[in-house]
Structures are given as structure tokens and as C-alpha cells.
Design a binder for this molecule. Structure first.
Ligand code: F6P
Length: 334
């Protein structure tokens, strides 16, 4: 459970818009619901923007009522749809987007998304003066200033369930599997899933991969009778096809691993209870922060406390993977 800051209403907010942007994440729907219900409770009108920034720049939005968000708390994906919008990277496009919101009398924008979406939100606020509040919505958990992001817990549990199944067949055939999880720039999913699944190895973008060492470790474990089968969790990394390339290289070293790419399975499905509560608290608090006079911030969580983090910091700093966590995950399975 989370500790919430005590905030008092400092300014009138008449009308807000909400969008989901970037890769969808399980928990975006409960976050939308949290924003909409909290705003309506304060007498604030809410517009739902379809398809993220693409919908904003084409004025694709509609008013939302309490019933617009009924029966969505358990649904994966996002009822508002999502998009990665290249056009919004241009200042002139952001300027005409602000005109659209002003013409509709909308005071503020709530953006639920990952680092690219939050970067867009910060630039939008800086350049146009439209108030923005960001919520960290990404399965990757790679957002600076928050311990947790909406969707991470669900993605980890989805990948974990798949790996538990793969272990059955790995064990029956005495094989090793390279299981690729999402995470282009960071290994947060890999390390959590790897630890929870008791993976024999975890390969993350934060650490160089040495094929000869991996191969020697697999061969040594076979010789010692301690590792006829196993799971190697691989974070996808920046270049597509990494895991297939690793499998080929391991074959050249005499190993015969199988590859399983979990891919977008990790982005779908019903959000866990953890993600629903996190998303609901963050969504409702986004409205409280706005009414309390905050803007250009992301709602985050640190040590169980809901906090505000300047968007400037969110986009300037990188959240690092704790190397001791990786060591610990590997130690306990050797
Ligand atoms: O940022 C979320 C994420 O799922 C990453 O883990 C992954 O690398 C990327 O999105 C995939 O994006 P797309 O669905 O656009 O291919």
C-alpha cells in the first residue's frame, strides 16, 4: 500500500485531457480510470485523447464520463489506444497542438507513457505553457525518479509464467533455452524475471556478453552433472535479433540452445493487483497535484510513498540497474 502526500486545492482547474502514449502497458486502463474518476469528483471536465500525441495533433478527442471508464480496471491495453508519434518531435507541431487544447478550453494534459512520451510532455509544457502531469506507464521500469512503473509487475509475472513452462520442456530434453524478454536499453525485466524464475544466467544490456565464458560455464555445469538443462534470460537489447545471434555463436562453441522470444506477450493481459493499485493511486494523485498547483512533473513512487518528480529530471537522468542485484540473482542459482 502507498502513502499519499497531503495536498490542498490551490487553483481552479476546469477541464483536462488525458492520453496514453508509446508502448502500451497493463495498468494503463486503471490509471485512466483513476484520473477520470478523481477529476469528475472535483468537478473537472475530462477529454480522452485517442492514439496519444497523434490524436492530439489531429484533435481526436471526446468528453469522458464516469461510465466511460466502467469495467476497464481489469483490462489490459488501453481503451484510449496508443501510438509512437514522430511528428510531435517538431516544435511547430507541438505549438499547433497547444492551440487545439486552448480552443477547447482545456487547461492541462495528463500523459501516461514511457520516457519518449514524458519527454514530449515536458517540451510541450516548456514551449506552450499548457500544464502537464506525467504518469510512468511502461513495462520496462526504466524511468528515472520512480521505483516502479505501471505495467512492470504484470509483465514480469507474465514472462515468469511462460518461463516456468519452458523449464518443463528444457528439463525433459536436457536442453538450454535462451529466453528473450523485453528491454531495449535496460535489463529491469530480465533481472526480475531471471531472479523469480531461478535462471541460470541473465544477460542484460548494462553488461558485456562474453560468449566463450557462457559456453564454458554451460559445458562445466554439464560435466559436473549440475546443469544438463537451464534457462538463460536475455534482455532484447538495442539491436533486433540479438538472441538468435547469441544462439548461433553458442552453436559455434559446441552448444545447442533453443530460442524463445516472449515479445509482445509481455505487454498484454490483465494487470496484476499490484499494477491496478499503483495505477489507480498515481492516476488519482495526478489530479490532486494539478489542483494543488503542480505542473511539469511526473507522479512517481519511492519507498512506498507517492511523490512528484520534475519532468526535467525524469528525462535528464538515467535510472541505473543495481549491479549487486544482478550478482545476487546469479549467486543464488549457482
Ligand atoms: O517500451 C516498451 C517496449 O515494450 C520495450 O520493452 C520494447 O523494446 C518496445 O516497447 C517495443 O516497441 P514496439 O511495440 O513499438 O515494437
Amino acid at each position: 500500500m502507498y502513502t499519499l502526500p497531503s495536498l490542498t486545492v490551490q487553483r481552479p482547474v476546469r477541464s483536462i485531457a488525458i492520453m496514453t502514449s508509446g508502448g502500451d502497458a497493463p495498468g494503463m486502463n486503471p490509471a485512466i480510470r483513476g484520473v477520470v474518476r478523481a477529476a469528475l469528483h472535483q468537478g473537472i471536465e475530462v477529454f480522452g485523447i485517442n492514439r496519444g500525441y497523434s490524436g492530439l495533433i489531429s484533435d481526436d478527442m471526446a468528453p469522458m464520463s464516469s461510465s466511460s471508464v466502467s469495467n476497464i480496471v481489469q483490462r489490459g491495453g488501453t481503451i484510449l489506444k496508443s501510438d509512437r508519434c514522430e511528428a510531435f518531435k517538431k516544435p511547430e507541431v507541438r505549438s499547433s497542438a497547444a492551440d487545439i487544447l486552448k480552443a477547447r478550453g482545456i487547461d492541462a494534459l495528463v500523459v501516461i507513457g514511457g520516457d519518449g512520451s514524458l519527454t514530449g510532455a515536458h517540451l510541450f509544457q516548456q514551449e506552450t505553457g499548457i500544464e502537464v502531469i506525467g504518469l510512468p506507464g511502461t513495462i520496462d521500469n526504466d524511468i528515472f525518479g520512480t521505483d516502479d512503473t505501471i505495467g512492470f509487475d504484470t509483465a514480469v509475472n507474465t514472462a515468469l509464467e511462460a518461463i516456468d513452462r519452458i523449464r518443463d520442456t528444457a528439463s525433459s530434453h536436457e536442453r538450454h533455452f535462451l529466453v528473450e524478454v523485453m528491454g531495449r536499453a535496460s535489463g529491469f525485466i530480465a533481472i526480475h524475471v531471471g531472479m523469480a524464475a531461478g535462471a541460470e544466467m541473465i544477460l542484460v544490456p548494462e553488461r558485456a556478453i562474453e560468449i566463450s565464458r557462457i559456453s564454458e560455464e554451460l559445458a562445466a555445469a554439464r560435466r559436473a552433472g549440475t546443469g544438463s538443462s537451464g534457462i538463460i534470460v536475455v534482455a532484447e537489447g538495442p539491436e533486433p535479433g540479438l538472441t538468435y545471434r547469441l544462439a548461433e555463436q553458442l552453436k559455434e562453441h559446441g552448444q545447442d540452445p533453443r530460442v524463445c522470444i516472449l515479445g509482445h506477450i509481455q505487454r498484454g493481459g490483465s494487470p496484476t493487483g499490484h499494477d491496478r493499485v499503483l495505477a489507480t493511486c498515481m492516476g488519482a494523485m495526478a489530479v490532486s497535484y494539478l489542483c494543488a498547483g503542480y505542473s511539469d512533473i511526473m507522479v512517481g513512487v519511492r519507498d512506498g510513498q507517492i511523490i512528484d518528480v520534475p519532468l526535467e529530471d525524469v528525462i535528464r537522468f538515467r535510472k541505473g540497474l543495481d549491479p549487486t542485484l544482478l550478482e545476487l540473482a546469479l549467486q543464488v542459482h549457482r
